[in-house]
Design a protein around this ligand. Structure first.
Ligand SMILES: Cc1cc2nc3c(=O)[nH]c(=O)nc-3n(C[C@H](O)[C@H](O)[C@H](O)COP(=O)(O)OP(=O)(O)OC[C@H]3O[C@@H](n4cnc5c(N)ncnc54)[C@H](O)[C@@H]3O)c2cc1C
Length: 408
């Protein structure tokens, strides 16, 4: 026997960055919002970074910029060559971002959603593991990559990004005034495989975050391997210096959830993780106003549950962005087959493109046609041996990239 708790316009499952960002936008549009999460007010533990200008599409970009713990004017990428990119990058202060994304019209409930079912044309019932029950006119699953409430045709993923990171005293490998996004040099004494890179930044208080990362592998690389490579890179053991450990395991690429369920996905649950970078926070912040506006309008029109879900899915994944996704999946497939030496060269060419070309590729909401044009340019620039690998491994994907007019 369920206990009825409360009714609202919008119920959001998950209080991560996606859930909070979406709840905030719905509340600004005067909807009643409930977020259900096992620990709804807990401070996020992951280190969230983004290119600062990825927030520019929001009206409140300057307020969001106020939520950074630190920003850097330059980003460093090392392939065979060293690139200093003049594009600011920031790391969020999670406490500030969570505070900014708060709104009085949002209520938080501690709980685990186990089932959502339609009770009539206009209402969904949301059941918690405690037998408590909520009613809502629309429900969003922002439960992250482990979410189980969306319809999925299959569980295919393109692979896993893994990282092992520590906060430690500042070390020579970390430049103070530049954010090291990727240093693909092979750690001294380490083998070239698995392909890993250093992600690192100086926190300005005598400490630094250093993280050995595997961009994507079919199977996640173990912490032990990543830690050893990090020690080889830093030239010392980490045991005493370690203050805090960050483990990263992100499922990359692969199938998106079905668009036909009455629960709408958003954020990592909906496949917002960029198949090549593993990022989704800025993508959720960019998409939240668009999705909330479309669904809020449908609520005002008094549409039924199914129509609201249809509107929601169309705003979450407009067809044009699904085309972009096809190209990103091709990028993931191509990169995961390159050796470390190839990857170093690939990123040298990638980051030698004009900034507007590579920056668009790193967003999930850039028009497919634009990405296809830029990737075609990249394809013609890279050395023949990399071209051959790309052609051999995924001819269909490559044709899609090279003939955007026909296939997109
Ligand atoms: C360590 C780490 C570092 C990362 N760094 C970056 C970065 O620098 N930049 C970037 O853009 N991305 C980064 N990512 C990738 C990605 O953006 C994050 O995973 C991000 O947290 C996804 O946000 P989300 O809100 O979609 O999901 P999550 O943050 O996973 O939040 C989901 C929430 O839903 C809750 N939940 C799940 N199921 C239920 C249920 N049934 N009922 C109720 N609640 C439920 C979970 O408990 C959780 O609180 C990182 C990922 C990790 C793991």
């Amino acid at each position: 026997m369920s206990t009825f708790v409360e009714k609202c316009d919008v119920l959001i499952i998950g209080a991560g960055p996606a859930g909070r960002a979406l709840a905030f936008e719905f509340a600004l549009l005067e909807n009643s919002v409930i977020i259900v999460d096992p620990n709804p007010l807990e401070q996020w533990k992951s280190t969230y970074g983004t290119w600062v200008d990825d927030l520019d599409n929001r009206d409140d970009a300057s307020e969001l910029r106020g939520c950074f713990q630190r920003t850097w004017p330059q980003v460093r990428v090392v392939g065979r060559l060293e690139h200093q990119l003049s594009r600011p990058y920031g790391i969020f202060d999670n406490r500030l971002l969570q505070k900014y994304l708060s709104h009085d019209a949002v209520s938080f409930y501690r709980g685990d959603v186990v089932r959502v079912q339609q009770s009539d044309d206009n209402l969904l019932q949301v059941h918690l593991s405690t037998n408590e029950q909520f009613e809502a006119r629309t429900v969003f699953d922002c439960g992250g990559t482990q979410s189980s409430l969306l319809l999925r045709n299959n569980q295919y993923t393109g692979g896993f990004q893994s990282a092992y990171g520590v906060h430690t005293e500042a070390v020579g490998a970390v430049q103070a005034d530049s954010f090291t996004l990727m240093d693909w040099s092979t750690p001294p004494g380490a083998s070239a495989s698995p392909a890993t890179f250093l992600y690192a930044f100086d926190l300005g208080n005598g400490t630094a975050m250093v993280e050995e990362t595997s961009l994507v592998e079919r199977e996640a690389v173990s912490d032990a391997v990543l830690r050893q490579r990090l020690e080889q890179r830093l030239g010392r053991e980490l045991s005493q210096a370690t203050q805090q450990v960050e483990h990263v395991r992100i499922a990359m690429g692969g199938s998106l959830p079905s668009r036909f369920g009455h629960v709408v996905g958003f954020g990592a649950a909906a496949g917002f993780i960029h198949p090549v970078t593993g990022y989704s926070v800025a993508a959720s912040l960019r998409a939240a106003p668009r999705v909330a506006r479309a669904v809020s309008d449908a609520l005002v029109r008094d549409e039924g549950v199914e129509e609201i879900a249809r509107v929601g899915w169309n705003a979450v994944w407009p067809i044009s962005f699904l085309r972009t996704r096809v190209l990103h999946d091709f990028g993931l497939a191509a990169l995961s087959r390159l050796t470390t030496a190839d990857i170093q060269v690939f990123f040298d060419y990638f980051f030698s493109l004009p900034q507007s070309h590579w920056s668009g590729y790193l967003r999930i909401d850039t028009k497919a046609r634009v990405i296809a044009q830029n990737m075609t340019r990249l394809f013609f620039n890279v050395p023949l041996r990399i071209k051959i690998k790309l052609v051999r491994k995924s001819p269909l994907g490559l044709i899609r990239c090279l003939l955007p007019g026909r296939f997109l």
